[in-house]
Structures are given as structure tokens and as C-alpha cells.
Design a binder for this molecule. Structure first.
Ligand code: NAP
Length: 307
């Protein structure tokens, strides 16, 4: 059991990420009590039944009353509305954080609502699965994964406390600014998801084949794409609407590389293909060595592929 970091934590949104945080807080004793809010009653009931919240509320405003830490774990597009609702109810000295996959848009939507005397420290745990909802969470989701914090002008002691909280859930914490975060994630997560959606979409267009062969002979490459392309549509719609510039920049570069490979194939340039694949193989090895692929046999753990 790790030491308690916050007396009262409020989780706003009770899906994959919030439920995993709730389970982790319980497992490692990081919070005195956990209050929760989600839109639907069924989700709130599930949170109580599964025991990752001690109390649930029909409104976000009620859930944040008296909370030392408020975690916004709703889709990126809903962050601003939720922040406006909770703002008058925040406890002086509280910290507000979020777990959204995009950071500049969240800062723009949330920061204007945060009252004087409350620290706003955006965050993003680089952990997830293709599943969503309150029943998909588990306590070890953040183990050995990165959590990026955007300290802005928050008080250093508030940042240190939030860092200790994430470390208590097993994450490695790094600080970064919002624009840099969005560019890095466009490369490592957002654009790859778009490519997976596209590849599965291409297969879907080839309906004659899809109906039989593609499902039947689904090989590892395509199967991995389909797993990624099964990710939550609301969440990913919001990611692309809010991280537009960085994603378009990386997509442009991707298209150039694709054309170069297309040309190498057309020209029968085996050396170019071999060199390219050798370089990409080295990147794969360094990711495994850094412990960032839990699918790899060495790590033998659950599948994790978060945005
Ligand atoms: P999720 O499983 O789909 O759950 C979303 C939750 O938000 C649900 O409990 C939903 O309530 C609630 N919600 C939606 N709109 C709301 C509103 N206006 N007011 C109150 N509650 C609302 O989502 P998730 O995967 O946990 O993602 C949450 C956040 O984490 C997103 O911002 C996402 O970008 C980020 N994130 C996701 C991953 C990942 O891999 N999934 C990884 C890192 C970060 P109902 O159930 O009642 O509809």
C-alpha cells in the first residue's frame, strides 16, 4: 500500500481511464474517498457495483464538492462544458487535472473557467485499450506507462503532488508543454490510428473480399489494424477535430514516405525497401527495450495501445 496522496478525489467521466484510476487508487490507497459522475445512471451504478467509486452523483457540480483533486476523464470535446459547470463548486486550493489525449485544445477550453486559487494541471496517461466504459478498467493499466503533465503556471507543490499520485499508480511522469505534446502524440498515436481506420476502411470497401477471405485469413498485420480501428469513435473524432494541425502535418510527411516506398516498389528497388525496413525494425527494437510494448513476449502482459 502506497501513502494517501489526496483525501478526496472526484472522477468526472467513468469510462476506461477513470475506472482504471479508481481501481488503482483503491489498490494502492492513494485517496481517502472517491466521488464519481458520469452522464448515464447505468454507468454511475456500475461504478458503485464495481467499487471503484465510494459515491456517485447525478451532476458533476455535486461530485466535485470538497474534492482535493478533480480528474476530467470525459471526451476531449466535452471538457470545456464540464469545466464551466464545476468551476463555481471547486474547493479553494484544489487541483483540477484531465486525461485527454489532446492538450492544447483542452487548455484553451478548460483554463478560462478555472478560478483563482485552484491549480489546473493538464495530464495524459499514455495507456489504454480499444475497450471503453466503466467495466473495461483495471488497476494496473498505468504500470510502467508514461503520464505526461503540462504544469503551465501551476504551483510547484501542486505539480509534485499530482506527480506522486501518478507514480503511486505505477506511471512514469514527464513534464512537457501542450504544443509539444500534441506534435509528439500526432506521430506516435493519432496518425497511426487514422492509418488503421483507413486500412480497415479500404478492406471494408472491398466488400466482396471482406465477406469471406479477409475475416477468414486475417493475418497479424491486418488483425492489429482492426484492433486499433475498434477504438471508441467519439474519443477519436474529438482527437482529430482538436489536434488538427499536428495531425495534418504528420499525415503530409506520411504521404511523402508512402510515395517514396510506392516508387521503390514500382522501380523494383529492393535495396531501398530493405534499407527502409531495416531502419524501422531498429525503432521497433528500441520500443521493446524501453518496455513500452506490453504485447511483446518479453513482457507477457495485457494488450495496451492508448492514444
Ligand atoms: P470512455 O471509456 O468512452 O468513457 C467516457 C466517460 O465519459 C463515460 O463514463 C461517459 O459517461 C462520460 N461522459 C461523456 N460525456 C460526458 C459529459 N458531457 N459529462 C459527464 N460525463 C461524460 O472514455 P475513456 O477511454 O476513458 O476516455 C476518457 C478520456 O481519456 C478522453 O478524453 C480520452 O481522450 C482520454 N484517453 C483515452 C485513452 C484510451 O485509450 N481510451 C487513453 C488515454 C487518454 P456515460 O458512460 O454515462 O456515457
Amino acid at each position: 500500500m502506497t501513502a494517501r496522496v489526496y483525501d478526496r478525489v472526484a472522477l468526472i467521466g467513468l469510462g476506461l481511464i477513470a475506472s482504471s484510476m479508481g481501481h488503482a487508487m483503491k489498490k494502492w490507497g492513494l485517496a481517502g474517498s472517491i466521488a464519481g459522475h458520469a452522464k448515464t445512471e447505468a454507468t454511475r451504478d456500475a461504478a458503485l457495483e464495481l467499487g471503484f467509486c465510494d459515491a456517485v452523483f447525478a451532476t458533476a457540480a455535486e461530485a466535485v464538492e470538497g474534492a482535493d483533486l478533480v480528474v476530467l476523464a470525459v471526451p476531449v470535446g466535452a471538457m470545456g462544458t464540464v469545466a464551466a459547470e464545476i468551476a463555481p463548486h471547486l474547493k479553494p486550493g484544489a487541483t483540477v487535472t484531465d486525461v485527454g489525449s489532446v492538450k492544447q485544445a483542452v487548455v484553451e477550453a478548460v483554463a478560462p473557467h478555472i478560478p483563482e486559487g485552484v491549480d489546473f494541471i493538464p495530464g495524459h496517461p499514455l495507456a489504454g485499450t480499444e475497450h471503453s466504459g466503466p467495466r473495461s478498467g483495471f488497476a494496473t493499466l498505468f504500470q510502467n506507462r508514461w503520464c505526461l503533465l503540462i504544469p503551465g503556471d501551476a504551483r510547484p507543490e501542486a505539480v509534485a503532488r499530482l506527480r506522486a499520485f501518478w507514480e503511486g499508480m505505477g506511471a512514469n511522469v514527464e513534464e512537457m508543454d501542450a504544443a509539444h505534446h500534441d506534435l509528439v502524440l500526432a506521430v506516435t498515436s493519432h496518425t497511426p490510428h487514422l492509418i488503421a481506420y483507413t486500412m480497415v476502411g479500404v478492406a471494408d470497401h472491398l466488400r466482396r473480399v471482406t465477406e469471406s477471405e479477409i475475416i477468414k485469413y486475417s493475418a497479424a498485420g491486418f488483425r492489429d489494424f482492426t484492433r486499433i480501428a475498434a477504438s471508441d469513435p467519439t474519443m477519436w473524432r474529438d482527437v482529430f477535430l482538436t489536434n488538427k494541425e499536428a495531425t495534418l502535418d504528420i499525415l503530409g510527411r506520411f504521404t511523402e514516405e508512402l510515395f517514396a516506398l510506392q516508387r521503390a516498389i514500382r522501380m523494383g528497388d529492393g535495396d531501398a525497401l530493405f534499407d527502409y525496413f531495416t531502419r524501422t525494425r531498429a525503432i521497433r527494437r528500441s520500443i521493446i527495450e524501453a518496455g513500452q510494448d506490453t504485447d511483446a513476449p518479453d513482457f507477457g502482459r495485457v494488450k495496451v495501445s492508448g492514444p
